[in-house]
Design a protein around this ligand. Sequence first.
Ligand code: UMA
Length: 447
Amino acid sequence: MSNFLLGKKVAVIGMGVSGKSALKMASHLGAETYVSDLRVPDEVLKDKTISSYVKVEHCYQQDDSRLPELLSHMDWIVLSPGIPTTMPFLTPARDRAVPIVNEIELACRLVKGPIIAVTGTNGKTTTVTMIGEMAKRHLKHVFIGGNIGTPLAEAVLARTDYDLIVLEVSSFQLESMQQFHPRVAVILNISASHGERYPNVEDYAAAKFLITKNMHGSSDFFIYNQDYVPYIQQVQKSKLSHRSLSMNCIEDYRKELARSYDLSKFKLPGDHNLFNLFVAVQCLAALKMDHKKSIQEVIDTFPGVPNRIEYVENGSGHLVYNDAKSTNWEATLTALKAMPRDKGPIYLILGGQARGRGDSIATLLSELKKRVACVYLIGDVAQALADELQGHVVFKLTGTLETTWSDLKTAQKGVVLLSPAFPSFDQFKNYSHRGECFRKIVIDERR
Ligand code: UMA
């Protein structure tokens, strides 16, 4: 692909993960680079991964009154996904038809390899990781990135021809896509989210549907979940090859998978994870990359995404799940509902740093009564939760993960779920540190 950035003026707006990779890519490809950020230039330029790729005098603060005019003289503007396309400082550039794209849009024009793109409100990361793991086992060059973490610009910088590129794409990224053309695209599900950017769920869904914008005919394949938004008419009009799925048909998908694979060792709990697995296999099948042995290996061993209902292999006799990322009741409820109910009593580890608002467990009481044998309470908020649970649900105020686990060792074997529903900062550096500590305590038990 020709290097269309050579000698061009490229401004990158927002110096986060995506912006920094876009800047490095543009600089490596010989563009004259400019950047802007909410922070003052002095602070931004302290970061070597920025100052190495832009001149001091080309670095602007977003509220600098010279910025709108400057941007209107650029050849390209690369907008970070977290910044809305409607920002007023972009108006002069838009009036002069300066292309305003995001880093994935720019990078996809420069990278080689078929793309599988996955979007949706929930489950994107799990599905993308599963596809990537399955593909990596039999293909040499697989890139896994996008919203999941590694920007696609890094794939351009690696200068590799990829056998497969697996991308998680967010609605923020899809909003400013122009030529982005996945060979396979997925919309897993849609539910109200990112109200800060979309006035209603229809607008949010429309942004997601942009994933199909450049897809066509029988060479591309679109997989979507019809339970959420009826894309059917739009898809039929576009004559795009597609498969529409529904959670109501989950048992059919289980049977379809079981015809080719042994599912007995699949660790990820809940129908939604079986759905994600089915989608992952469909994506690879659409590209004729569904290598049976690789897929079976992933089914047998994939523990899930770290700290999101992740299965923790251990020798205690308990089935243990680490959902350390949960910092609210909704996440904990989802995790709880996904737990297997035929593997013995369910033990839930709950608690962390008190927030002050929304701390009350009242809304969860009936679910806890229905599903949980004992709630273990940890962290600052433990006593307050104990006061609320008193007389309703069996609980133990253990305070820490260590004390909880030593108590669980003598409990009847069952399912242990760490899904704290509160921030972690009272006892840990962050949620991933909380998950790491939990994993360590549980796994050490094996030795
Ligand atoms: N900034 C400005 N102007 C503004 C607002 C922010 O200059 O008006 C600057 C900030 O000072 C900061 C930078 O922009 O330096 C942050 O940019 P960003 O918010 O776009 O975030 P990145 O660090 O570039 O990370 C982005 C994605 N973030 C968002 O979409 C909000 C990451 O997804 C993604 O992993 C990364 O690119 C690589 O592709 C995160 C996310 O929360 C995980 N995504 C949302 C989600 O999953 O729901 C969409």
